[in-house]
Ligand binder design. Structure first.
Ligand SMILES: [Zn+2]
Length: 213
């Protein structure tokens, strides 16, 4: 056992119980793993990886991560996504990671970009480079549920490409976000990556708030 694990034991993101990377259902503890089975979303084969339904304790954990500074949750969330993709698809098909960013204003008040933190951990664990290809314009909330006047804004472009086109040219991209609601953000961001040279783009999120999944 590494010293760091003694000082900072790995904890289940849903209940806080000490857990271990050695167990098959990591990052969850056994109890939460059993409970979460009914919330798991089966992979449908279309290049969209979504681990769970967005409800209950998982939803609480995502909100703590996004709004209460519980940044340690980035690692278990990254592990959830990694495990899901490994079980359903494999990582060999990706050359580079991209992520849906928060805007600069949000970044400066919060101090971290929640999806970038997850992307950095996936990058390190799977040895795939992560790039800041996308930027979000000011005046947009994090996701559809945060935005009250969504209908007014929906026709405008919220994101733009701000990366190096040489780095994305002909690449197989895995685009990350935290949760999906309408799917519009992922669709828009995926289109931007394709327009700017990506060969193909798969998408991955922790959870979906869509009712039809
Ligand atoms: Zn637990």
């Amino acid at each position: 056992m590494k010293l760091i694990d003694l000082l900072y034991p790995k904890r289940c993101p849903l209940c806080g119980e000490v857990t271990s990377e050695k167990i098959g259902y990591y990052p969850l503890c056994e109890k939460c793993n059993i409970k979460q089975k009914e919330n798991r979303i089966n992979y449908s084969g279309d290049g969209f990886f979504c681990v769970y339904k967005y409800n209950g304790k998982l939803r609480d954990a995502v909100l703590k991560y996004k709004y209460e500074g519980e940044i340690w949750l980035a690692e278990p969330f990254a592990c959830m996504i990694i495990n899901y993709i490994e079980q359903n698809y494999g990582f060999d098909s990706f050359d580079i990671l991209a992520f849906v960013p928060v805007n600069d204003k949000r970044l400066s008040t919060r101090g971290y970009d929640q999806v970038y933190e997850i992307a950095k951990i996936i990058s390190k664990k799977k040895k795939i480079r992560v790039e800041k290809f996308l930027k979000k314009k000011e005046n947009y909330g994090d996701n559809a549920v945060d935005r009250k006047d969504r209908r007014q804004r929906i026709s405008e472009d919220k994101y733009y490409f701000a990366g190096d086109k040489n780095l994305i040219y002909n690449k197989r991209v895995l685009l990350l976000d935290d949760i999906v609601t309408t799917g519009a953000t992922l669709r828009d961001c995926k289109a931007l990556l394709i327009e700017n040279g990506a060969r193909n783009v798969c998408t991955a999120v922790i959870a979906s708030g869509r009712k039809d999944l």
